[in-house]
Design a protein around this ligand. Structure first.
Ligand SMILES: Nc1ncnc2c1ncn2[C@@H]1O[C@H](COP(=O)(O)OP(=O)(O)OP(=O)(O)O)[C@@H](O)[C@H]1O
Length: 298
């Protein structure tokens, strides 16, 4: 397959329910071949945003763009979507319904059955093809749901909590499948409450709080924003740092302190003052995405 170059963009997207603005002027881009984590507390507006991207909910303001132009129903039909409410039938055999879904998305019956079988085998479900969905464990049902969204070689993926309820092995096999798509240039947007997973998996992050964007960008962009933190040690006591201009002490524990520095030249001046006091450590601390998330949603 040739490399895709289309990106998925939402611009000034807005949605209200009665008096409540669930999504408020939200703008971000999911770049081709990038895994973008969509995070925020319960009720932040992630599902509502994804539903508007997929055309399941009407947009009240703003727009969704695919490849730089307003998205169409035909574009959406080629996307893979894993809705929050999932959507497969519990009482139907898993291969049958995946084959049917593949056909709905334009595959031949034979291709859909072959691809579904290949993916289910990869998930260790090769011997369950004829079983009803409801007879599988929740984690295995989740594997079938993700298979449904990936079956037709989608051009973009919009996945609402795809990893919830999965054990680490299942997460890894799902991530393997997603990486195949990412390599082809497919943009992937996934929501998650599991910040450790987001940290491990995503290239970019969109943080939503109460319907508004708190931060959006690549891992590097987000990490270079905000105050820089340093770990400093001057045995036996780092308490003197509290009185230094331009220094905000985040934590002191005996000889060790964590600091944020403000203003031009503060770092050089501080080093000059710290060396005669027996400086043994001066290390920049790179924030994790989890730190960034906590900072922007504080
Ligand atoms: N159909 C609806 N009718 C009324 N209010 C709604 C509807 N759908 C969502 N909301 C409200 O919109 C806000 C955003 O909800 P949404 O489900 O998008 O959040 P979320 O970030 O996906 O949350 P979670 O992580 O819990 O799934 C919430 O206050 C929710 O109660």
């Amino acid at each position: 397959m040739s490399q895709q170059t289309a990106s998925l963009e939402v611009r000034n997207l807005t949605r209200t329910f009665g008096d409540k603005t669930a999504v408020d002027d939200v703008t971000f881009t999911v770049e081709p071949g990038k895994m973008t984590g969509f995070v925020g507390a319960n009720g932040a507006g992630k599902t509502t945003t994804m539903r508007m991207i997929m055309g399941v909910l009407v947009v009240h303001g703003g727009e969704v763009l695919w490849d730089g132009r307003p998205i169409t129903a035909a574009d959406r039909a080629r996307f893979g979507y894993m809705p929050e409410e999932r959507g497969l039938y519990p009482k139907q055999g898993i291969l049958d319904q995946l084959t049917y879904l593949g056909q709905l998305r334009g595959m031949t019956r034979k291709d859909a059955a072959r691809e579904a079988t290949r993916m289910l085998e990869r998930f260790g479900l090769g011997d369950r093809l004829k079983d009803k969905l409801e007879s599988l464990s929740l984690g295995n049902q989740q594997r079938v749901q993700i298979t449904a969204s990936l079956l037709h070689a989608p051009t973009a993926l919009v996945l609402d909590e795809p990893f919830s309820g999965l054990d680490p092995v299942a997460v890894d096999s799902m991530v393997d499948l997603l990486r195949d798509r990412l390599r082809e240039g497919v943009p992937v947007l996934f929501s998650s409450h599991q910040l450790d997973l987001v940290e491990r998996l995503c290239d970019s992050l969109v943080v939503l709080s109460d319907g508004k964007i708190m931060a959006a960008g690549t891992r590097e962009e987000l990490k270079s924003r905000g105050p820089r933190r340093y770990r400093v040690a001057t045995p036996p006591d780092a308490g003197w740092l509290r009185d230094e201009p331009g220094v905000r002490v985040v934590d002191v524990d005996g000889a060790h302190a964590v600091l944020e520095l403000e203003g031009e030249g503060t770092q050089a001046r501080l080093l000059e003052r710290a060396v005669p006091r027996g400086l043994t450590e001066f290390t920049p601390l790179v924030p994790s995405l989890t730190d960034i998330y906590r900072e922007v949603t504080r």
